[in-house]
Design a protein around this ligand. Structure first.
Ligand SMILES: O=C1O[C@H](COP(=O)(O)O)[C@@H](O)[C@H](O)[C@H]1O
Length: 241
């Protein structure tokens, strides 16, 4: 695994650099494969990046969007990762609706919806059950507890190796999430983390030896490139950062 860590001064520099990385990957993927497959993170950190991508003049029909995790709420709920993305990015651009693959969260059956989204990925990437699709870029964030996507500390979702999508639980509430093997199959994984609140978890995630069940972001070791983009506040006290 090839880990690249970049530390930038602040939140603005974070989205500026992230935009640069995403655009580089976008153009490289289109040049090599004719399309760009991107999995999105939610939460607060990527919002400014999504706003910035929306201002770009890009061949949107070549972009295929997935979500790495989703809260189990309708898209118009304030907690919805899809809703946030549509509001700041997708509603501003002319992307064909067939290119956008939100996680289904309208039924009352998270397990069934996880299977349905897995089938969506298998069909899109034309992979058989048991095979792993390769996304060009998976964007991830990290919570203050070290979780990433909806892979929370000490939950069963961390152990799932035979599925693409599973149900992760936060405080007893279900969410849909990419599994560790699916994330690790990506050509590139980009973590963005900002703010002093992330310092402690980052020290554990970057330590040579530590617990993956305490700090699930440690499980992310893609076969492709692993990038961490941190602001100064998050990186404070990190060995070598
Ligand atoms: O709950 C979530 O949290 C993480 C981190 O979010 P942030 O607000 O600290 O940026 C996020 O990556 C994940 O997609 C989201 O569902």
């Amino acid at each position: 695994m090839n880990r690249i860590v970049e530390v930038v001064p602040d939140g603005t520099a974070l989205w500026v650099r992230a935009l640069d990385i995403v655009l580089t990957q976008f153009h490289a993927a289109i040049a090599e494969r004719g399309r760009f497959t991107l999995a999105l993170s939610g939460g607060s950190t990527p919002k400014a990046l999504y706003r910035a991508i929306a201002t770009q003049d890009l061949p949107w029909e070549k972009l295929y969007l997935f979500w790495g995790d989703e809260r189990y709420v309708p898209p118009d709920h304030p907690d919805s990762n899809q809703g946030m993305t549509r509001h700041v990015w997708l509603d501003q651009i002319a992307i064909p609706s067939r290119n956008v693959f939100p996680m289904p969260t309208l039924a009352v059956n998270p397990e069934g919806d996880a299977s349905a989204y897995e089938a969506t990925l298998q069909a899109f990437f034309a992979v058989a059950p048991g095979e792993l699709p390769t996304l060009d870029l998976v964007l991830l964030g990290m919570g203050e507890d070290g979780h990433t996507a909806s892979l929370f500390p000490h939950t069963q979702a961390l152990e799932v190796r035979d599925r693409l999508i599973t149900v992760g639980y936060k405080d007893g509430q279900p969410r849909l999430t990419f599994t560790v093997p699916l994330i690790n199959q990506a050509r590139c994984v980009l973590f963005m983390a900002a703010g002093a609140g992330k310092q402690q978890a980052l020290r554990h995630v970057f330590a040579p030896i530590d617990s993956e069940t305490d700090y699930p972001s440690r499980l992310i070791q893609p076969r492709g490139e692993l990038r961490w983009l941190l602001d100064q506040a998050a990186a404070q006290g990190l060995e070598g950062a």
